[in-house]
Design a binder for this molecule. Sequence first.
Ligand code: DAH
Length: 360
Amino acid sequence: MTTLDVLKAKYLEGIAAAADEASLEEIRLAALGKKGEISLKMRELGQMTPEERTTTGAALNRLKDEIDAALRAKKEALADAALDARLKSEWLDVTLPGRPRRAGTIHPVSQVMDEVTAIFADMGFAVAEGPQVESDWYNFDALNIAPEHPARQEHDTFFMARDAADPRPPHVLRTHTSPVQIRAMQAKGAPIRVIAPGRVYRMDMDQTHAPMFHQVEGLAIGRDISMANLKWVLEEFCKTFFEVPSVELRFRASHFPFTEPSAEVDIRCSWEGGQLKIGEGNSWLEILGSGMVHPKVLAAGGIDPNEYQGFAFGVGIDRIAMLKYGIPDLRAFFESDLRWLKHYGFAALDLPTVFGGLSK
Ligand code: DAH
């Protein structure tokens, strides 16, 4: 074997065994770089006889070309292998079933609160809010509920703990949304038109009562707001909310400490085959309490009862939600039962029918 054959075998084997581009580059420098073995041999040509130079020069050039070609081919092969490996590791099985996206639903209570708010907003009522942990004064005294009133007894109201040495009456979990009437009157004065939806609490728990439920309070105060206005507002509300062309309301004399006169309001309905129909039939369904705001309540809210008067009402949201959407069991509202919510909940992007109804 000639020296050139030995060189050729050495470099071609090296190239074949190279595992990456860096090793290839090392081989290229060792053979063909400025101080590479082949390059040095080229320089020796100058000292040769013309015959030697012709044969050795040609052989050296061939060797150089061969090594060059082997380097290039190996470089390409390495790049192909790298791409293959990447494709293999990034392989995606498009035949796998997709991961389902869990879509939540809107709770019927939230849905109905939105509907009620939209209906009253259309009649010019703003939304007011108050705290759920309320002072004894706002929840009772300011609403003309006397200290001896049964609602104040331990068995109806959740009282918050107070230091034994603290002489102030304890705060309560508000038992109704009516204290928001006082807060709204204090904040805005008269005239005023607000509704106050929110949570209320009572020590009550059976098939049809839960310790936390929801109400919406209504309050309209002006110089000459009358019971006739109350009746119209409630009729409009019931028609739109229950999506019926007409309703008949019955005002039954009642008593609330914070209104005078007071009325409980029933709506005409039928129960054919256990199916409730609002607006027709021979039955009556109680839906809310209402009345003309008591002068003492106006005064507690900082409004002069000699100048202003108005009406108030309170509706149970859970109750009207059950009536409108045919939900039989109230307790399910609080058990976070996902199957229940799936059945009775509302798709987030569905507009409540009342929004459509309002724009007609
Ligand atoms: N606060 C009453 C309750 O919780 C409901 C109520 C009745 C509210 C008459 C009112 C009203 O504003 O005028 O039972």
